[in-house]
Design a protein around this ligand. Structure first.
Ligand SMILES: Nc1ncnc2c1ncn2[C@@H]1O[C@H](COP(=O)(O)OP(=O)(O)OP(=O)(O)O)[C@@H](O)[C@H]1O
Ligand SMILES: [Mg+2]
Length: 266
């Protein structure tokens, strides 16, 4: 018997690795806190809604940050829905732990509504990357120790696609090399966004005030941020419509018709 037997730390309620969620699902997770997970989740959910999809946004952290970021008031319904353009919508619901796993893998969201895709915001925790059969988006910042990242991604099931996103500045070549090293250590394919997701004051202000980043002037670093989010949303879209063209984003003035107004469809 080996002196150090391999131990599994999978949670009992985790679905087995071969499982897939009942609808296409994107999970935003990183081991580290404050790297922009919620900001990214909300921006992607909105972009997919502007593309005409019905998006279910699950906010799995206790603060339910995503609700506030979407401009939902505390007094708004528990299941709050906003429409985008003539077809799309984002429905946000706070749900955690095994309940979220049940909803995604066993029950499905039919009781809440009909959805094309789920986008899941997670708290910073090591099992954030453990859901099978999803597109996993992992923002990484410079101070994120490689070991922590490895700890999280080592638990990522083989049928989940990993996409790493560098937040802040880094030389493109260094970043590509880091991602390739990680790929080698993990012994599996890892995708990464070539351009880093920039940090900008305008983006921070919009997120913290519950305003849509898609209503910001599309220039400079803000445009770089939005372009990167657009690319990630397109990758998610391909899970829903593999052969359909990615719809272009409406103009900023269309997006600016972002007003409070949530309805309870239950
Ligand atoms: N691209 C960005 N540029 C500038 N500020 C940003 C950007 N993305 C997020 N922020 C800001 O950084 C802070 C942390 O972002 P956010 O809450 O999205 O991170 P998080 O990873 O979800 O944090 P937590 O681990 O606490 O859930 C917020 O104040 C947010 O507005
Ligand atoms: Mg968060």
């Amino acid at each position: 018997m080996p002196a150090n037997p391999i131990r599994s730390t999978r949670l009992a309620q985790d679905p087995p690795p071969k499982h897939s969620p009942l609808i296409p699902t994107v999970v935003v997770a990183s081991y580290k806190g404050g790297v922009g997970k919620t900001a990214l989740t909300v921006a992607i959910a909105e972009r997919l809604a502007w593309a005409g999809l019905h998006v279910l946004l699950l906010t799995c952290d206790s603060q339910e940050d995503a609700r506030h970021r979407l401009g939902v008031q505390a007094s708004d319904p528990v299941v709050a829905r906003r429409t985008y353009g003539s077809e799309g919508s984002v429905t946000v619901i706070g749900i955690r732990g095994s309940k979220a796993v049940d909803l995604l893998y066993r029950i499905g969201p039919a009781r809440i509504g009909s959805f094309d895709i789920a986008v899941v915001d997670t708290p910073p925790e090591v099992q954030g990357g453990a859901l099978p059969g999803v597109l996993l988006l992992t923002p990484v910042d410079g101070t994120d120790a490689a070991r922590n990242l490895l700890t999280m991604l080592a638990r990522t099931p083989s049928n989940t696609d990993i996409m790493l996103i560098r937040v802040g500045r880094e030389d493109r070549e260094d970043w590509a090399q880091n991602a390739r090293t990680l790929e080698r250590v993990l012994g599996r394919d890892v995708q990464f966004l070539e351009d880093p997701l920039p940090l900008t004051k305008l983006i921070k202000q919009a997120h913290d005030a519950g305003r849509s980043v898609w209503a910001l002037p599309r220039s400079g670093v803000t445009l770089d941020y939005l372009s990167s989010v657009d690319t990630l949303a397109e990758t998610a879209w391909e899970r829903v419509h593999p052969r359909r063209k990615w719809p272009s984003m409406p103009s900023q003035s269309a997006a600016a018709a972002y007003v409070p107004g949530w309805d309870d469809d239950e």
